[in-house]
Design a protein around this ligand. Structure first.
Ligand code: SAM
Length: 249
């Protein structure tokens, strides 16, 4: 980038990479969406200077592994305009913020246990005019809160936990007929089977699966979509920490 560019400016090469890789992922970015990603990039670098937000600091990595990878969830599941979506374990806002840039008709809640990260996500969404609301808390507790239990059309999640844990945390939050879209780098046969057994215990079943790769880098990526077909028993989710410690399945 030119020497006069302020720190945190997405370079021309970074913008071109974003455009090309998003297109490879099936998303054609408008000029204003590209601009929104450039602003997100700036906020992310500024936020990272103040707190531990993300392990990625290189422009190419942020573009591909955060921005473009976050759009990967659109390859499976249902994303109708107006749908209420909860991003479980959003961290610095992934996939919530990129998703909101390309699908501004979604109503997205970004949940994380770390309040500082949620504050960053909420502030960034407000500054960028994105339809994302922050929610600080543990999915184990939010899943028992009547304000959230059974309220979402889609729960999306990237890099948070093994599939049996995700099933227990996400299914209680879904409306009947709603879907969990779990983004995974790779899903072993063992994790997949345990996940499906866990899903059956919390009212879910397999809806669809997708496997492919991250544009440009070609790293393997898979999506597994579970649909809520029955009410989740009141005993789930179990209390904080138990889903991880003694996973269903
Ligand atoms: N989804 C983001 C991404 O792909 O960049 C962040 C991934 S980070 C590895 C996992 C995040 O999940 C952390 O920020 C952690 O606080 C959050 N998390 C894990 N278990 C959680 C739970 N039970 N309830 C709420 N947040 C949780």
């Amino acid at each position: 980038s030119p020497p006069s560019a302020p720190p945190g400016t997405l370079s021309e090469a970074g913008r071109a990479l974003l455009r090309q890789a998003a297109e490879e992922a099936g998303v054609a970015l408008s000029d204003s969406q590209q601009e929104a990603f450039a602003q997100l990039y700036r906020r992310l670098l500024a936020g990272s200077a103040q707190m531990n937000l993300t392990a990625l600091h290189d422009e190419r990595d942020i573009v591909l592994k955060h921005f473009v990878d976050s759009l990967g969830c659109l390859a499976a599941g249902d994303w109708p305009a107006g749908a209420s979506v909860l991003d479980l374990g959003t961290g610095a806002g992934f996939p919530a913020l990129p998703l909101a840039i390309v699908r501004p008709q979604l109503r997205i809640t970004a949940l994380d246990a770390t309040a500082k990260k949620v504050a960053f996500v909420a502030r960034t969404a407000e500054e960028l005019g994105l339809p994302v609301t922050g929610l600080a808390g543990r999915a184990e507790e939010i899943g028992r809160d009547p304000e959230h239990r059974g309220r979402y059309d889609v729960v999306v999640t990237r890099a948070v936990a093994a599939l049996p844990v995700l099933a227990e945390l996400a299914l209680p939050l879904l409306k009947l007929g709603g879907t969990l879209v779990a983004q995974k780098a790779q899903l072993s046969q063992e994790e997949r089977e345990a996940g499906l057994r866990a899903a059956a215990q919390v009212g879910g079943e397999l809806a669809s699966e997708w496997s492919g790769s991250l544009p440009v880098l070609s790293d393997p990526r898979s999506l597994i979509v579970l649909r809520k077909v029955a009410q989740t028993p009141e005993t789930y989710p179990r209390r904080t920490g138990i889903p991880n410690k003694r996973p269903l399945g």
